[in-house]
Design a protein around this ligand. Structure first.
Ligand SMILES: Nc1ncnc2c1ncn2[C@@H]1O[C@H](COP(=O)(O)OP(=O)(O)OP(=O)(O)O)[C@@H](O)[C@H]1O
Ligand SMILES: [Mg+2]
Length: 483
């Protein structure tokens, strides 16, 4: 982060200073005392299980020079605010605005939102833009999601005078979330990927989800760029909400899209190749070939989104195509494919799940297994789906059967209706198996996986199937395990 005095932190957050005003923060802003290093600013947040205030002394002992807290802390240099989380956002907003003011508008912020594909698009865009810049902090692309009212400001606070690009994932589970995040980091380029039913339990309806994602469109800076998915009707409809003076760019497979993928093919490893085409304002079209390393044809859409932003920021079409072709998955448990020495292929997509990503992953499994290999889907609960949860799980079970997945293993009570849907759709015998928990799933899979099998593991984060993903990815053969 840029260097800040305690007085500046107090002014930016509207807090009361209980420290020497000249104390400076020279290190990172942290919320976990274990990450404390000399010069850090420790923000005391109330957690679900622990209260950050109890760890402030430890952070200071490890070198933190200042604490942002909801109350005075005996003998510790503190800025006291009503709500440390809000204050974290205020501080991030101040730091970014200050750096931009002194840096002639730099860094440029790209905000990415949508029901699926945010992290993938962010990571792809990072790989498209990184070769364009050099030096420490020149580009900030956090690993993982960091997309909420805590993760986003922490990411923004990494900005320094050297930063040219900040690629910020912005997630939402309630109306107003994206507006809040874009106020902290107003994007020069705002991207909306898709409107699905993720978190619909919180939102209440798909319309409310669309409204929230549209906050990205109204959140871009004056004269900024709005990038919309032309293949998603609800996203395409947001074009009307772009402020006058904003540039609109669309991506997709339909001919009207500004940046499009044509002639998409998918190979037996589940990877897509396509022709990337753009229609420049001058003469004729330009095209370049892309062959993705990311697994799953659904990533074509994310690749197009990243390409659209990179082209807008000045990267040439040949460079975009080449870098997309070289790009790899950067955040774990997302369509991570492991070829085990025993001939079992594991697709670990257990980072999270909602109906859209579940369907995409199952289709990829079917493609990868083809006609010759046995496909196995190990599925857990998709959470936060509210009233529609039962129907959504049922539908996934039916899709498993329609895709002719050979073995379905449904893990845990919350996922039961996947099993039921499969049975209703015509699964018989042991084609669909319900097991109560992870341990049972693990025992069953260690026993039954055979060389040549392709196994997909997927559920919402909270259902914990990623543990199984790790286990299966690292396991040798069932027989070896039993030795
Ligand atoms: N365009 C897409 N259509 C369907 N599924 C997708 C798409 N893009 C990504 N996915 C799948 O969605 C899951 C999550 O991907 P990713 O982490 O990129 O999304 P995210 O939007 O960042 O999710 P989160 O809200 O959990 O942070 C993965 O299983 C991925 O394969
Ligand atoms: Mg994410």
């Amino acid at each position: 982060m840029i260097e800040l005095s305690a007085a500046q932190v107090a002014a930016a957050t509207g807090g009361r200073l209980h420290a020497d005003p000249d104390v400076t923060v020279t290190g990172a802003v942290i919320i976990d005392s274990r990450q404390a290093a000399p010069g850090a600013l420790f923000v005391a947040l109330p957690g679900e299980r622990v209260d950050g205030h109890d760890f402030a002394a430890r952070a200071v002992a490890a070198g933190a020079t200042l604490v942002l807290a909801a109350r005075e802390l005996d003998g510790l240099p503190t800025v006291v605010v009503d709500d440390p989380q809000e204050a974290l956002g205020e501080l991030a907003r101040y730091v970014l605005a200050t750096v931009r003011e002194g840096g002639d508008g730099w860094p440029k912020v790209v905000g990415v939102t949508g029901s699926v594909g945010k992290t993938t698009t962010k990571d792809l865009l990072g790989q498209l833009l990184t070769p364009e810049v050099s030096g420490e902090d020149a580009i900030i692309v956090p690993t993982g999601s960091f997309n909420n009212e805590i993760g986003l400001p922490l990411t923004v606070l990494r900005v320094t005078e050297q930063t040219r690009y900040l690629i910020a994932e912005m997630g939402a589970d309630r109306i107003g979330n994206i507006a809040y995040l874009t106020r902290i980091a107003p994007p020069n380029v705002g991207v909306v990927l898709a409107v699905g039913v993720a978190h619909v339990g919180h939102f209440g309806s798909v319309e409310a989800i669309a409204k929230t994602k549209a906050e990205m469109v109204s959140g871009v800076v004056d004269g900024g760029t709005v990038v919309l998915n032309a293949d998603d009707l609800r996203v395409a409809a947001m074009a009307g909400q772009a402020a006058p003076g904003t540039t609109l760019q669309t991506f997709g497979t339909i001919p009207a899209a500004d940046v499009r993928a044509e002639d998409i093919t998918v190979d037996a490893t589940g990877r897509a190749a396509f022709t990337l085409r753009i229609a420049p304002s001058g003469d004729g079209e330009q095209r370049a070939d892309v062959a993705l390393q990311l697994v799953g044809p659904h990533h074509v859409s994310n690749a197009l989104a990243a390409a659209t932003v990179a082209l807008r920021l000045g990267v040439s079409l040949p460079d975009v195509a080449q870098r997309l072709t070289e790009a790899t998955a950067r955040s774990p448990h997302r369509m991570a494919v492991t070829e085990r020495p025993d001939g079992v292929t594991v697709i670990d997509d257990a980072y999270n799940a909602n109906p859209d990503s579940m369907k995409a992953a199952l289709r990829t499994l079917a493609v990868m297994a083809g006609r010759t290999r046995r496909s196995v889907a190990v599925l857990g609960e998709m959470r936060e789906l509210g009233e529609g949860a039962r129907a959504a799980h049922d539908e996934i079970g039916r899709l498993v059967v329609r895709l002719n997945i050979k073995q379905l293993v449904v893990v845990g009570d919350g996922a039961y209706h996947i099993h039921e849907g499969a049975m209703q759709e015509g699964s018989w015998g042991s084609e669909s198996i319900f097991v109560p928990d992870l341990a049972a799933a693990r025992a069953m899979l260690d026993e039954s996986l055979e060389p040549g099998d392709v196994v997909l593991v997927k559920s919402s984060l909270g259902s914990g199937l990623w543990e199984l993903g790790d286990h299966l990815s690292m396991a040798l053969t069932a027989k070896d395990n039993n030795k």
